[in-house]
Write a protein that binds this ligand. Sequence first.
Ligand code: ARG
Length: 427
Amino acid sequence: MPVEARRRAHEDTGRVSGNLLPERTRFPMADKIVLAYSGGLDTSVAIRWLQEQYGADIATLTMDLGGQVDLEAARQRAVDIGATRADVMDAREEFVRDYVWPALRAGALYEGVYPLATALGRYLIAKHLVRIAQEEGASGIAHGCTGKGNDQVRFDVSAGALAPALKVVAPAREWGMTRDDEIAYAKERDIPLDLNKRSAYSVDENLWGRSIEAGDLEDPWVEPPEEAYAWTVSATAAPDETRSMEIRFAEGVPVAIDGEELNGVALIELLNEVAGAHGVGRIDHVENRLVGIKSREVYEAPAATVLHLAHRALEQMCLTKEQSRFKERLVQEYADLVYNGLWFTAHRRDLDAYVLSTQRHVNGTVRVRLHKGSATVTGRESAESLYRHDLATYDAGDTFDHQASVGFISVFGLPVRTQARVQGEAE
Ligand code: ARG
């Protein structure tokens, strides 16, 4: 290839073109598009809309990440609407192993509070959309995101990272239809819909959490009504009795509860249920979206709340001060990156390598008490703990050399005394 052509082939001006191209006319006559299909109104309409607008065959992918999806019903509906291939998969284990645990080990909480459930799920869906597109020789993938949220960014940027030649189509970003328009469109074409499930909110859920937005929550002053919540009870409705749970970690990942070893999916499901029943895991947050909008977000994440708390408590025992301090700085970077669509990047892989290395000795057990909406660490133990009783104790058995402190303080305080002598005493 001539130098000039090679340069052009690699150039990306950042203009809206190439794989973010919205104009339908410039989409090459697509043989096939693989659509992320939830079974709801938007993506059901999208199957037919994509066929009509792009003249393409549509393959669909419906994934169970621990939300309440009926995989068989979704497969049937996709076929009924006209999909030529309708994949469904239970991807809960892969989700936990490859996305949730890395985020937990990193301590990733966006803006200090959001455990990133929705964000993490998008990456796994994107990965499998791309896989199927490659299997099918499809020229594009499609998703149901609108043009205002973060999820479109996560899908589009991930597709660019995994298969830069694939086109990405987001029908809801293009078609300009209201909900009523969509229903009319579906009726005209006999598209089977299940409109009974409509909630007053926009909800996305998977094992790691439930995201609730829109409706009356758009007023940040409005207290979220109880109907907005599905996984947690209110603190007042929670039982008066406390419940303590012992969570054992191996290399920063939880492996057992109250002595019983559980796989990741079962462990998270159990914690969601038990902590949710004690009113733990409600998060009400005004969040900074990547697209520059502030939005009021309500989350339910009982397992994530308890596990982040317990994991941190164990790290306090097993990491040095310097490791803790440095990791603390990294956490924000990591959470921002996950939130901002940048999972499939070298930067994330590099940060993961550091995080993984910090977790080698994060082994032990943490006791957490659940009571009326709060989760509190009440104990921790680890064979690799850097907390030494013989050094910490004020009782008999103290092995700390008290006299050594005198010399230490003399050297440590030297610059302070020097400054006082030369520049004047502190006020
Ligand atoms: N704000 C969260 C995020 O960007 C949750 C988005 C939830 N999406 C939804 N359809 N309710 O990750």
